[in-house]
Design a protein around this ligand. Structure first.
Ligand SMILES: Cc1cc2nc3c(=O)[nH]c(=O)nc-3n(C[C@H](O)[C@H](O)[C@H](O)COP(=O)(O)OP(=O)(O)OC[C@H]3O[C@@H](n4cnc5c(N)ncnc54)[C@H](O)[C@@H]3O)c2cc1C
Length: 532
């Protein structure tokens, strides 16, 4: 197949890729999008499991680059469900005429940099070869599905599903014996619904996770009208929030340690009733002090004990550690589901799943038989989708080699030694710790501007300077150390993937990150070096 030349190749057609393609085309660049899926939407294309929905409110979890789009689109629920978010992504792709620029059902397998030409050669599994100046990875932070390598899995004769690779037309569990492995966010969203269909549902839990009620409901038209009357102001205030959403949510700066027991309980109860991540806004020190955090954790445990009738099941479902340092989950009826007679909880923390058999799986010396097994085992987060591609920069050094001890980036956007390669919401940016639609828009616009700066200077390439990268990696680490985040075995740290370096990957705090981007821009993109 002959080589095709482009100014930019954008990998991925989720929210990141779609907006990036739109922006670069508007700048007059020739752009080729490449997407593994048969359609747009990324996360919302792949995660079709029952109960899948966003947990940042839709009024925030949506694009802000087009006022007309903001005004026209109507969300039906406080937290839109997957079909609605997918329909939104499809609407955006059509509205901005992006589909002709994307090659679907095609995966990028290799990308090698030619130092003399200052260009990337990008290859796909369909045999395409693209010669491009800029290579932009919108490959997603939660898009590389992680299925543990259980011995004997191939012997299992039932059906298996991964929540992140769910069949297009859904799955009917009616009357079936179902096992689900994992109790993270996808499991917590899907278990209540699978439980109503299946004859029998067995949940295998390694670590109990904290979950708060989402309190999903139809959108309140008065709230929407108020926000839409001045959406720009709402968005501006949202960007000033630590995670770039919920500017109107009440947040309390008081210390829980200074409150009386009655005040504590009243405040926690009030925030519990608000629903979703707002719970952690009840006091100002929950993310910083283990002593303070313990009060919030105990409050949630008391709710689990109140909800789950069987005391030993309630105890097993009660997380022991810090609340919020693993991704907090937001649910609809999760704990209540364990009161159903057809739902069973099996603790695999001390006796891990040993192996699969033809009929099911074995743990603790006991065989459990299933018709279907659901892997809610999450993702090789943040770096997985990048490192599954053979990416080689200057001197033929691979990204896998460069990141052997953990990801190194400048601002989560570029990697020293890999000129003209951009990572959208990459490690070292707020990424998964913030409203990701806002994060991808910020990155798309910044990448456009860096490319514009390069073109104005008539340069051939731009690269992160090694010292700027070192300093930034240190800043990201220092930031995480100020909080409780690094103290849990979370996927933010790569702890869910055996052998993955244990490094806290996202940058904590959207407003400070935005200020840093602007100060870099004001200093003529300090830390980025142009090459001619
Ligand atoms: C179940 C679930 C719920 C979530 N809820 C929220 C939420 O409420 N709020 C929030 O802020 N974030 C949420 N997220 C995070 C979500 O991933 C982001 O919000 C957002 O959708 C990311 O968009 P993206 O375009 O960066 O990546 P993605 O949507 O992951 O898209 C990346 C695309 O790249 C493609 N791709 C990857 N590698 C290749 C390759 N080599 N070749 C070709 N194509 C490739 C993938 O197929 C995928 O379609 C959620 C994630 C999950 C899994």
């Amino acid at each position: 197949m002959s080589t095709q030349r482009f100014d930019a190749v954008v990998v991925g057609a989720g929210f990141a890729g779609l907006y990036m393609i739109h922006l670069l085309r508007s700048e007059g660049l020739s752009v080729q999008g490449v997407e593994r899926a048969a359609g747009v939407g990324g996360t919302w294309y792949w995660n079709r499991y029952p109960g899948c929905r966003c947990d940042v409110e839709s009024i925030d979890y949506s694009y802000q680059f087009s006022q007309a789009l903001e005004q026209d689109w109507v969300w039906t629920e406080r937290y839109a469900a997957q079909p609605e978010i997918l329909a939104y992504a499809e609407h955006v792709a059509k509205r901005f005429d992006l589909l002709p620029l994307i090659r679907f059902e095609t995966s990028v397998t290799r990308a090698h940099y030619d130092e003399r030409a200052h260009r990337w050669t990008v290859e796909t599994d369909k045999g395409d070869v693209f010669d491009t100046r800029f290579l932009i990875m919108g490959t997603g932070c939660l898009s590389a599905a992680n299925t543990p390598d259980f011995p004997g899995l191939r012997n299992f004769t039932g059906r298996t599903f991964h929540t992140g690779l769910w069949p297009q037309n859904g799955v009917d569990f009616t009357g079936r014996r179902v096992g689900i492995i994992g109790t993270g966010s996808s499991a917590i969203q899907s278990i209540p619904i699978i439980a109503t269909q299946a004859a029998d549902l067995t949940v295998f839990q390694r670590t109990a996770n904290f979950s708060v009620p989402a309190r999903n409901r139809p959108v309140d038209p008065a709230t929407v009208a108020r926000v839409k009357a001045n959406y720009a102001d709402y968005r501006r205030r949202a960007r000033q929030q630590p995670a770039a959403f919920g500017p109107d949510n009440p947040r309390n700066a008081d210390s829980v340690l200074a409150a009386t027991p009655e005040e504590r309980t009243r405040r926690f109860e009030e925030y519990w009733q608000l629903g979703g991540f707002m719970f952690l806004g009840a006091f100002g020190d929950l993310a910083f002090s283990e002593e303070a955090n313990a009060y919030a954790a105990e409050f949630v445990r008391s709710k689990i004990r109140e909800t789950v009738k069987d005391p030993s099941t309630a105890e097993l479902l009660s997380p022991k550690g810090i609340i919020g340092c693993k991704r907090l989950c937001a649910d609809t009826g999760y704990y209540e589901t364990f009161n159903r007679a057809n739902v069973h909880l099996v603790d695999v923390s001390r006796q891990p799943i040993e192996r699969f058999t033809a009929k099911g799986l074995v743990t603790g010396g006991q065989e459990y038989a299933f018709d279907d097994v659901v892997f809610a085992t999450g993702f090789d987060a943040m770096t997985g989708s990048l490192l599954r591609i053979d990416i080689r920069g200057k001197g033929g050094v691979s990204l896998n080699e460069k990141w052997a001890a953990g990801p190194l980036t400048y601002l989560g956007l570029m990697v020293a030694g890999f000129p003209n390669l951009f990572t959208m919401t990459g490690p070292g940016s707020p990424s998964v710790l913030a409203n990701m639609v806002t994060g991808v828009e910020q990155h798309a616009e910044y990448i456009r501007d860096v490319i514009g700066w390069l073109r104005d200077a008539d340069a051939a390439a731009v690269e992160a300077e090694p010292h700027a990268e070192d300093e930034w990696v240190q800043a990201v680490n220092a930031r995480s150390q100020m909080t409780l985040f690094p103290r849990c075995n979370s996927w933010y740290l790569g702890a869910n993937v055996p052998g993955k370096p244990r490094v806290f990957m996202p940058y904590i705090g959207f407003p400070d990150y935005s200020a840093k981007l602007e100060s870099v821009r004001a200093a003529n993109f300090a830390g980025f070096a142009l090459q001619r």
